[in-house]
Write a new protein. Structure first.
Length: 364
């Protein structure tokens, strides 16, 4: 088999990214470079990602990301075999910035161009990092997404369930905001929670009383708001320890809900009798140690392998897009410069659309 080298481009939310990935002659993937230019500073004053600011920043920075990715890989554009770009779902202005740059590079260099679903990029990452065989169960938990998918093939995904309102990362971010903590909220809330008592405040465990794998997190944020306000009424404010205990209770509730729904999704996966049952996680929330430990326990209980790619490949990056392009090419899926930017693009076209919208727009 000849080696395959792809340039990937990602710009669906607030990270401008480019990367070069090679599939060696021996079938082993190699990450040659991965450049991610975050935009947190640009959006900090607004309490969330501002789509217009994000789109402009992508348009300004992607050229530089591509150049750096090629330089770090020690290659020129002429030496890559193909280009892959996120063509949705995401904030449309950002996706458009990436697609336009990719089309320009493809037209200028004559290299074929593949459009990649951002979620497919996350979903296929465990194959880049661990060589995981199909089928496997994927839990995608980020600031914009939360879903369970059975990954059957490069372009075959079955959705078992997902959030009906907020994504867990979004809930962590909102919780941090309610407690006057910095953004992104996840790591800060986790650090506070580590010093708190999770049993002091009673948080609900939304949707556990209903069958299936759908999840809900917006009620936890409301519960946090109520508990905070009750403390303010009682004693005029909240202490450092109150805040830690609130964070601990909130995080324990998120972890419990994810654990129970993962148990159910794994039961579906196991009933299909895969040769090597596995749960892979993707998305920024997978960085949370308490949540990760819960998921590892659930996997151990049911004899499934637990796979967590390194964090820099779990959060948004372009290596996963380059890799998905290689996978598509290898599977015989054809490139095309007629690809369009799509704000909404569910991986499982047969699944019932979810209500609600996350920080990245409508839920895919
Ligand atoms: O995957 P990601 O980098 O971007 C999105 O696609 O959203 O995920 C970012 C999200 C943020 O909401 C952030 O608060 C959350 O992941 N996050 C965490 C932790 N680290 C990041 N949530 C909980 N615990 C963490 N340690
Ligand atoms: Zn993502």
């Amino acid at each position: 088999m000849a080696a395959l080298t792809f340039l990937g481009i990602e710009s669906s939310c607030d990270d401008s990214a480019a990367a070069v990935v090679r599939l060696g002659e021996n079938g082993a993937p190699e990450l040659l470079s991965s450049v991610v230019e975050g935009q947190a500073v640009l959006h900090a004053a607004f309490g969330g990602v501002v789509p217009e600011i994000a789109a402009r920043a992508h348009a300004e920075r992607l050229d530089d990301c591509v150049e750096r990715a090629l330089t770090e890989a020690g290659l020129s554009l002429a030496e890559v075999d193909g280009i892959a770009v996120t063509s949705g779902p995401g904030l449309i202005g950002g996706v458009l910035s990436g697609v336009m740059i990719a089309k320009g590079l493809s037209a200028g260099s004559g290299k074929p161009l593949w459009g990649v679903n951002h979620l497919a990029g996350h979903a296929l990452t465990p194959r880049l990092t661990e060589g995981l065989a199909f089928p496997y169960l994927l839990l995608l938990v980020s600031g914009g997404h939360c879903q369970f998918l059975i990954v059957d093939g490069v372009d075959r995904f079955r959705r078992l369930g997902g959030t009906i309102d907020d994504a867990p990362g979004e809930a962590f971010d909102k919780a941090a905001k309610l407690l006057g903590l910095a953004q992104p909220g996840g790591p800060v809330v986790e650090a506070e929670a580590a010093q708190g008592d999770a049993r002091r405040f009673a948080f609900p465990r939304p949707l556990l009383d209903r069958p299936g794998c759908d999840l809900s997190f917006s009620g936890l944020k409301t519960a946090l708001l109520r508990a905070r306000d009750a403390l303010v009424v009682q004693k005029g404010g909240i202490t450092v320890q109150d805040r830690r205990d609130l964070c601990a209770g909130f995080q324990a509730a998120v972890a419990d809900v994810l654990a129970e729904k993962t148990r159910r999704a794994l039961a579906v996966h196991l009933a299909e009798r895969p040769a090597e049952p596995a749960l892979a996680v993707a998305g920024g929330v997978a960085a949370n140690k308490a949540i990760r430990a819960m998921l590892e326990t659930v996997c151990a209980e049911s004899g499934a392998r637990f796979v967590a790619p390194p964090l820099r490949l779990c959060t948004d990056n372009a290596a996963m897009i380059a890799w998905a392009g290689i996978e598509q090419h290898r599977a015989g899926l054809m490139p095309g410069t007629d690809l369009i930017a799509r704000p909404r693009w569910p991986l499982d076209g047969r699944a019932v659309p979810m209500i609600g919208s996350g920080k990245k727009g409508a839920k895919a």
